[in-house]
Design a protein around this ligand. Structure first.
Ligand code: SF4
Ligand code: SF4
Length: 138
């Protein structure tokens, strides 16, 4: 992988995030609905990815970026945008397929992403995790 500056990483991150965000906005695979300014998941019949199963909740529980009334507060959380639960994948296989290729693109560009990370946290993580010191923090 070529040496990259933080600025380059940020530009690549923004461009890829825009593609992922467009796909998710246009297809809404989680079938999210907003009621009284709170977002509810509609794709799975229950939240499958947390410790406790609750009906129609988003899978963001316990995330430090999650606010119960205003939702996700993170700036461009790429790993979250790329992730779908098993149930949603089964209901929306074409979206899952496209997300798979976008994930491949992210892997090729960055090598790794950060679970529940916003843009800054993820780029810090990419720089810190680089085993061969190929990234520069400029
Ligand atoms: S990934 Fe699954 S559990 Fe999470 S919000 Fe989407 S449909 Fe719901
Ligand atoms: S960062 Fe991810 S897990 Fe956290 S609130 Fe935002 S979308 Fe949910």
């Amino acid at each position: 992988m070529k040496r990259k500056t933080r600025k380059q990483l940020e530009l690549e991150y923004d461009a890829l995030y825009e593609k992922i965000d467009k796909l998710i906005s246009e297809t809404n695979p989680c079938e999210v609905t907003i009621k009284n300014k709170v977002a509810y998941c509609g794709s799975c019949s229950f939240r499958v990815c947390g410790d406790i199963i609750k009906p129609n909740e988003l899978c963001c529980d316990k995330c430090p970026h999650h606010n119960m009334t205003t939702g996700c507060q993170a700036d461009k959380p790429m790993n979250c945008k790329l992730w779908l639960c098993h149930q949603s994948k089964r209901k929306h296989p074409e979206v899952a397929r496209q997300l798979f290729f976008l994930h491949e693109e992210a892997n090729n560009l960055f090598g790794c992403l950060l679970h529940r990370g916003d843009k800054k946290e993820t780029i810090d993580h990419i720089i810190n995790m680089n085993m061969e010191a190929l990234w520069v923090n400029a």
